[in-house]
Ligand binder design. Sequence first.
Ligand code: IPE
Ligand code: IPE
Ligand code: MG
Length: 240
Amino acid sequence: MAEQAERKIPQHVAIIMDGNGRWAKKRGLPRTMGHAQGAKVVEQILEDADHMGIKYLTVYAFSTENWSRPDSEVKALMNLLRTYMKTSLAKCAKNNVRIRVIGDRTKLDDDLQKAIANLEENTKSNTGIGFQIAINYGARDEMRRAVTRLCEKAKEGTLDPRDITEETISDSLDTAGIPDPDLLIRTCGEERLSNFLMWQLSYSELYFTDCAWPDFTKQELEKAVDAYNHRERRYGGLIQ
Ligand code: IPE
Ligand code: IPE
Ligand code: MG
């Protein structure tokens, strides 16, 4: 393991938190218990990431495809998110965390939308770690929404389509203003993006681990950061 002092810390880490269901099944528990344990782990990892010096953490909590799960599981996941949004303000204040929810929140229950808006508003001036939570998020849907907005501006006459740059597109996504992830972690053995941050991950380093999300610890995060330290980022250029 690299020494703390010489370890390069990624500025932005994105995580596909996978394996809650399998973790629970292995223990003879209902899948929702895996989600409950997973929710506890996110809070701990947010603190650990902050202590390690990571500036932005983005987690995939609920995808646009996850609505296809049984109603009872969707409800349990929404309730965990609801609880988080309604109870974490004091902790965010104490730890100086700035929250942003990415994804199409208009499809969420009204009270959840209000709780999200409230938490974002009350943490927006915090200067510590930026914590992005992806809810009803899909990269294709995010791009679709961005294209609609840009077309509306073009139609209004406030944007010339010939002036659209890559930056214009980045600035139209839910992650506007946030640097692209340096490192993507996916847990529990799957090696795919599942519609997560497809634009933003173009040049991120990808790290896959067999560890299920509810078993993820600071040590696992450090292992991922160590692996990142052994990567050579070339961005299409040549090594110096
Ligand atoms: C990740 O765990 C959490 C969500 C997708 C909401 P899963 O629920 O996908 O767990 P597995 O993949 O079925 O084990
Ligand atoms: C991706 O995990 C979504 C989240 C972690 C929220 P899934 O478990 O839904 O992805 P697939 O179905 O295995 O691709
Ligand atoms: Mg899964």
